[in-house]
Design a protein around this ligand. Sequence first.
Ligand SMILES: C[S@@+](CC[C@H](N)C(=O)[O-])C[C@H]1O[C@@H](n2cnc3c(N)ncnc32)[C@H](O)[C@@H]1O
Length: 451
Amino acid sequence: MSIKKNDIYQVKVTDSGFKGEGIAKIDDLVIFIPGAIKDEVLKIKILKVLSTHAFAKIEEIIKSAKCRQKDECEIYEKCGGCAMRHIEYKETLEMKKQSVETTLKKQGIDAKVKDIIGMDTPIYYRNKLQYPIGKDIDGTPVMGIFAERTHRIIPTEKCYIQNERLQEIANKIFEFIKDNKIPVYNEMKLSGEIRHLVLRVGIKTNDVMVTIVTNKKKITKEKELVKFITENFPDVKTIVKNINDFNTNVILGEKNVILFGDGYIYDELLGYKFKISPMSFYQVNPIQTEKLYSKAIEYANLTGKETVFDLYCGIGTIGICASKNVKKLYGIETIHEAIEDAKINALENEIKNAEFFVGDVEKALPEFIEKNNIKPDVIFIDPPRKGCERVAIETILKIEANRIVYVSCNPATLARDLKMLSEKYNIEEVTPVDMFPYTSHVECVAVLNLK
Ligand SMILES: C[S@@+](CC[C@H](N)C(=O)[O-])C[C@H]1O[C@@H](n2cnc3c(N)ncnc32)[C@H](O)[C@@H]1O
């Protein structure tokens, strides 16, 4: 059968994809259908046909899945943030667990995957808001979330996964920008000023940091803008101007100018206080972060006698949370500012057994081992989405630590790296953690023992 664009078919959805979409087959062609759920019977319209698969949209739901739910979010269908709001939360957890199992199996990894650790109240969980600001087709300023795979900004005044206070402050700042005609960024002409608002909150301290990302060194009515924010929002403890005049998708530029306060805020995790700077990574769902770190620390099985490496350590959070049962802790991280924060975090939490170093793991780790002749007993690994560079895995294999605890926000790169590590390690167990409810993303923590 030759399947063409705009053809209409009736299909049964037989599987779920990694992005939360439903999958059906017509003859042998795999059809991806966003918004569809396994076991549903649908009338679909073909949108695009490629050699190995096709994409379709739902025209009519003939038989609905039991777990389908109505969602209150008005922009869900347009925005590229969530992918699973039409599915009951409990079912999304099951789907995420299964997708982790499938991804690991594809790499031949037969580890036990435990039940996913879900969120009790999966709403308003993000502690970081980052909204692009630009113009819509009429030239009207707009702030919101990019539509999936585009740079079209969907106006966003309410978001069900975003901290409500941050949303409220961002809405008011945006109103001020519009009312005072502060030029917003034009991506096509590379003109204008305000590119992004990035707001962070420490959910235990209620401290808010506002970072205004701008294309120009000076913001029009800068003083008035700062006065407006500080007078109206006493919980804003610092305002930072971030200058980004590069024509890329990267949100933050390299230069920060503090406009108000100290340039950082604090939050707390598992009883430890953490200083967070604008450039430093900090997990976006702090409620789930405590569960993730607790699982990672449980997997590390520390007795107080171990030398521990915290690789890709950010501001030192995992290592510091584990430090009371550690003999000596070493952290490595590429962002200089994050390491400065990690050192202060150790000092302010009165942790005397930790040292932190700036560097790329792939280079800094072998150099550190050679120079200091230190062999860790336990290694925490928590790389970015792309996982570890091959050379980093090769170094880790040479070190032969007794145990590795691998934290990952990308099951595909986790599976790839675990496969390489399985040369010398038993992959004992993997626990998925729902750090990003209703999106298709899933975090995992895996424990590996030296064979
Ligand atoms: C997923 S975050 C984890 C940070 C920290 N463990 C936490 O839980 O907050 C990954 C970190 O790796 C850092 N990073 C990225 N590439 C790196 C590299 N090649 N070497 C060292 N650190 C790197 C990033 O700056 C980021 O802080």
